[in-house]
Design a protein around this ligand. Structure first.
Ligand SMILES: N[C@@H](CCC(=O)N[C@@H](CS)C(=O)NCC(=O)O)C(=O)O
Length: 245
């Protein structure tokens, strides 16, 4: 395919590499953009920051990911997916009906809002996982500061999980809802190749990013719950293979 205009230089502003095979980032939203860019066949440079606010000159909301398209910053992973669709038409999703396009973006929103809450709870709120999360996240913090600063950050994250209604009723309720959602997702994906059936869409990328992020050594119990769903696991493995270049 001939390209009339040279592609702009792309730079993904993100956090540190997770240094795990098939997990480019512990940030599920950065992972989502890594996989979208690889699926779209767009080359990109990586720019690492110690924390989301490290890139705040490109995003006043102090979140990652940010994609620099040339030197124009695009932030919020959903907006970035739309931009990738413009840069590489038909590579993320093609041949969908207007109804399917609507459905794909609704699932994308479900992944970013609902599923993400359980991932954040698994890492930050679940006492079984917090020390491993802390060790993985705060590698560049001077060791004497870690026990002083990280409880304050954890407290702030727990407050946000309370506000998102994820942790408000306590761990038992949270994990009961989580396993019920996994059951629904397992039922949904059984017999399908992609999230919407036969055609790949942004739903695959967004749901993959959140659920695959639970399959790391930080969250063994939640990982085990994913493993117990064979159709979901087979689909995750398929999306992983297709989006990892
Ligand atoms: N809606 C945003 C969410 C991004 C997000 O929550 N990023 C996390 C890292 S995974 C972050 O920067 N957190 C810092 C903060 O929210 O203050 C998107 O889709 O990009």
């Amino acid at each position: 395919m001939s390209q009339h205009h040279p592609l702009p230089h792309l730079t993904l502003c993100e956090l540190a590499d997770a240094a795990l095979p098939h997990v480019e980032s512990y940030s599920p939203f950065c992972l989502k953009i890594h996989r979208a860019l690889q699926l779209a066949g767009l080359p990109y440079e990586r720019r690492f920051g110690a924390m989301p606010a490290s890139h705040k000159r490109h995003n006043p909301q102090e979140q990652v990911p940010i994609l620099l398209v040339g030197d124009e910053p695009v932030h919020d992973s959903t907006a970035i997916l739309h931009r990738i669709e413009q840069l590489a038409p038909g590579k993320l999703q093609a041949g969908l009906t207007p109804q399917q396009v609507g459905e794909a973006w609704l699932w994308e929103e479900f992944a970013d809002t609902s599923l993400n809450g359980f991932l954040v709870a698994a890492r930050w709120a679940d006492d079984r996982n917090w020390l491993a999360t802390r060790a993985a996240y705060f590698t560049t913090m001077p060791p004497p500061l870690v026990p002083v600063i990280t409880p304050l950050i954890r407290k702030r994250v727990l407050k946000s999980l309370h506000a998102r209604d994820v942790w408000r009723a306590g761990p038992e309720t949270c994990w009961a809802r989580f396993t019920a959602i996994l059951d629904h997702l397992e039922a949904h994906i059984t017999g399908k190749t992609y999230w919407l059936g036969n055609t790949r869409s942004v739903a695959d990328i967004a749901i993959f990013a959140q659920l695959h992020s639970l399959r790391t050594p930080l969250t063994p119990w939640q990982h085990g719950e994913v493993v117990r769903r064979p159709a979901l696991t087979a689909w995750l493995d398929r999306i992983d293979a297709e989006t990892h270049r």
